[in-house]
Design a protein around this ligand. Structure first.
Ligand code: FES
Length: 189
């Protein structure tokens, strides 16, 4: 059964937002729906989306490749994205990456044996002044990550503590939070 077989009403709503001859423009909402519900977009789904919007699976894959949000392979419960652009690199992201690969025993595209973790190197996460920065899943940013903070983060997540609680109780989180607030205030003046 196709992913969209029982979502015909939803598809009709999406397509109603685009001109008749612009079905390909609906590619993004369809991709987003699959990513949100299945955690990644398999080749089967790419083909299904391509057929629905009237394009090729290659084009769907091409669009996906522009966005680190879309995954072509299954990810772990905690998908850890490490910013490896210059500011974060200078602040130590290479070391963090090495620590993650060693401790989790995985490379990008793999999932740890317990199903908890997957890894991805990403471009600038937009918080260069608080690097190195990592992002967990779609919304949780961890800033000024040191080896100590990273190990504490992995410890907490390995025990399945809630992500927000783990983030809040990381070593040095209070100072990091204050620093970010000061930076924001400085930017406002
Ligand atoms: S360089 Fe890492 S957040 Fe910008």
């Amino acid at each position: 059964m196709g992913f969209f077989d029982d979502k015909q009403d939803w598809l009709a709503e999406v397509f109603a937002q685009y001109p008749e001859d612009r079905r390909r423009s609906a590619l993004m909402p369809l991709l987003r729906r699959v990513q949100q519900e299945e955690g990644y977009v398999s080749f089967e789904r790419m083909k299904e989306i391509a057929e629905i919007v009237g394009t090729t699976a290659t084009e769907v894959a091409g669009v996906m490749s522009f966005y680190s949000y879309y995954q072509g392979l299954p990810t772990g419960k905690y998908h850890i994205q490490v910013c490896r652009t210059l500011s974060c690199k200078l602040a130590g992201s290479d070391e963090l990456w090495k620590t993650l690969v060693e401790r989790l025993g995985i490379l990008p595209g793999e999932v740890s044996e317990d199903g908890r973790f997957s890894l991805q190197a990403v471009e600038c996460l937009g918080s260069c002044h608080t690097g190195p920065v990592i992002q967990i899943n779609d919304e949780h940013y961890i800033e000024r990550v040191t080896k100590e903070r990273l190990q504490a983060l992995l410890d907490g997540l390995s025990e399945d503590k809630p992500l927000e609680e783990v983030r809040r109780t990381l070593p040095g989180e209070e100072e990091t939070g204050k620093h970010v607030i000061e930076l924001v205030k400085g930017g406002e003046s």
